[in-house]
Design a protein around this ligand. Structure first.
Ligand code: GUN
Length: 290
């Protein structure tokens, strides 16, 4: 069994991005600039956005955080999106989700200029991704594809089962895995799937992305399979400083001995998700000067 060290691979990619920023600087070019809009004070969102800003600082990007309280109106938020669309200094930006219930998320997403939509959530980017033409791909699927590539994991003709059909992970990943550069045969499983255990046990590559901690057990995994665990559920852990720890969708201790490759949680997919946003921001900045 080999561990897919997302932390290490993400650090390598960050170093590559840092070097590229140094080169841009040396040539007198514009430093990539990412902005994030954060509404309210949700603990998870606060922490994700803080990581995104810190990641920008580490690779030498400029970053801007725009904050609103929970009671911000749809109109004010949409005005801010338009302001960022029109700000020539901003290369890419994200609106951290979820938004408060009174704000229609899809409307906000669709207000973002697709050329600055480094989250890859705008239907134009999703459509371009489906067609296999250059696009911003959402961070987790993009990160998983990078992991498979950088570990040299064979994908052509392999049976890939993706459990979970979310718009930001399962569904886009299933499409990427079927494209000609990856060539996997993909099945998307979900809450209504019949004989899930048997289906998973036939997978050469199994991706668990449904957010149920410890769901994937040894009986669901084929000997020699590649297992990618997207789960990051916070479970209480009084012994830690934060009071919680992250638990994946895979019962790691039970499943790992069966695998050829497996991602740990934490330190697998998570760091790659973070670095993907930096890769997309660099691409957005380069597209502007191209
Ligand atoms: N909420 C959970 N994941 C994400 C993400 O990747 N981007 C944004 N904008 N919000 C999120």
């Amino acid at each position: 069994m080999q561990l897919i060290d997302g932390k290490q691979i993400a650090a390598e990619i960050k170093k590559e991005i840092f070097d590229e920023v140094q080169r841009i600087k040396a040539e007198g070019g514009k430093i990539p600039h990412l902005a994030a809009i954060l509404v309210g004070h949700d603990g998870g969102s606060e922490s994700y956005v803080a990581h995104k800003i810190k990641d920008c600082q580490e690779v030498g990007f400029t970053s801007t955080l725009v904050r609103f309280e929970d009671d911000v109106t749809e109109e004010i938020l949409l005005d801010q999106v338009l302001a960022l669309n029109n700000d020539p200094d901003i290369d890419g930006f994200i609106v951290q989700l979820p938004l408060p219930k009174h704000i229609p998320e899809q409307k906000v997403i669709e207000a973002i200029d697709p050329a600055k939509d480094v989250d890859g959530f705008h239907p134009v980017n999703v459509g371009r991704m489906v067609l296999g033409i250059p696009s911003f791909v959402s961070a987790t699927p993009f990160g998983i594809v990078q992991l498979l590539k950088r570990c040299g994991i064979a994908t052509s003709g392999k049976n890939c089962v993706v459990i979970g059909r979310s718009n930001i992970v399962g569904r886009p990943l299933s499409i990427l895995m079927s494209h000609k550069n990856i060539n996997a045969t993909v099945t998307v499983a979900h809450s209504r799937t019949k004989d899930l255990e048997q289906l998973c046990a036939n997978a050469d590559i199994l991706v668990a992305a449904m957010g149920v901690p410890g769901f994937v057990k040894a009986g669901m995994v084929k000997e020699g399979a590649v297992v990618i665990d997207v789960g990051t559920t916070r479970v209480p852990a009084p012994e830690t400083k934060s009071g919680f720890r992250l638990k994946g969708d895979v019962n790691f201790d039970e499943v790992a001995p069966l695998c050829s490759w497996i991602t740990p949680v934490p330190g697998g997919v998570g760091p790659m998700t973070r670095v993907s946003l930096l890769m997309n921001t660099l691409t957005a900045a380069k597209n502007k000067t191209a």
